[in-house]
Design a protein around this ligand. Structure first.
Ligand SMILES: C[S@@+](CC[C@H](N)C(=O)[O-])C[C@H]1O[C@@H](n2cnc3c(N)ncnc32)[C@H](O)[C@@H]1O
Length: 299
């Protein structure tokens, strides 16, 4: 970013207004959708203030070190690195989760799994045992633990870096006493049974992954996205484990990719599970599949 240039910027170099203007120009040239807003977010992150506070005094001077940091972040965002990686966190279920390139950034659509869970388990002080397969940041498990005050849980991820990230998030949220994290291939080492199994597995068809938006394809790990040739490989592995993992009356709540509901429900049926419910996300796409072991009661 050329700090001395930017003739179309009204404010003098080194001021808030100038940095926002030049940052917005760089992001617009990189085809970032909301360049001015993102420039504001990045500068407010660097200056540790609210984005709206920046607009009060566009002629305020910014220290050289902070300006340099802002320029670095703008350059990274211009390479389509996700905003969450630049800020270091993402909000999910009104909680703040540290993120890293080890796993998926939590998505708002995944909150549908929590909505489905709350409907399936309405008693909030129940001492539920929860398992989260492919826990990533731990967002599903930890959000569930905030809703069920007596619940405990285990989060599993094949990535050691993801499991460590989730453990850190559990500590930050004050939930470390009720959550444990393991590095494993799905539920392989687990012998116990659970009331609730949550999972948002990788479910994108392998051939589609490179064509996803650059924020995802270039910066989020294939291990969190790639569901094999038909997108269903992880579901095949997970549903065969569910009958031995679910307690009587237990439920599994799985995230679905768009249009995958019938195929995943069929795999679950072959594994001895019944579909209790399918829940759509805010965009109307079926996103959460609620399953129960066939011997259990429907609900
Ligand atoms: C789509 S991400 C979901 C992360 C988080 N649960 C969420 O909803 O944001 C899938 C996660 O599954 C993990 N994963 C992929 N294959 C796995 C396996 N065989 N066993 C355990 N975890 C696996 C990935 O490392 C990744 O963190």
């Amino acid at each position: 970013m050329n700090r001395g240039g930017g003739s179309s910027c009204a404010e003098p170099a080194g001021t808030v207004g100038f940095l926002l203007c030049r940052g917005g120009q760089v992001l617009r040239a990189a085809a970032i959708e909301a360049p001015r807003m993102e420039a504001r977010l990045l500068l407010s992150h660097v200056l540790d203030c609210r984005a709206e506070d920046l607009l009060r005094d566009p002629r305020a001077a910014v220290a050289a070190a902070a300006a340099q940091r802002f320029v670095g972040l703008v350059q990274r965002r211009a390479q389509h690195e996700p905003m969450a990686f630049l800020l270091g966190w993402q909000e999910f279920w009104s909680l703040r989760f540290a993120v890293s390139a080890a796993t998926l950034i939590p998505r708002a659509d995944s909150e549908t799994l929590l909505d489905a869970t709350l409907a399936a388990f309405p008693v909030r002080d129940a001492p539920l045992r929860v398992l989260d397969l492919g826990t990533g940041t731990g967002c599903l498990l930890l959000a569930a633990l905030t809703e069920y005050s007596n619940a405990t849980g285990v989060g599993v991820d094949r990535s050691a870096a993801a499991a460590a990230l989730a453990a850190g998030n559990a500590r930050s949220l004050g939930l470390a006493g009720r959550a444990a994290f393991l590095v494993a291939d799905w539920a392989a080492p687990l012998a116990g049974r659970f009331d609730l199994v949550l999972s948002n597995p990788p479910y994108i068809e392998a051939a589609v992954v490179p064509a996803l938006m650059p924020e995802v394809a270039r910066h989020e790990p294939a291990s969190a996205l790639d569901g094999g040739a038909d997108g269903l490989a992880a579901y095949r592995a997970i549903v065969t484990e569910l009958p031995r993992l679910l307690r009587p009356g237990g439920r599994a709540v799985l995230e679905l990719g768009a249009g995958q509901g019938p195929a995943v429900a069929a795999l679950a049926e072959q594994a001895g599970l019944e579909t209790a419910r399918v829940r759509a996300d805010l965009g109307g796409i079926d996103r959460a599949l609620v399953l129960l072991a066939r011997a259990g009661r429907a609900g």
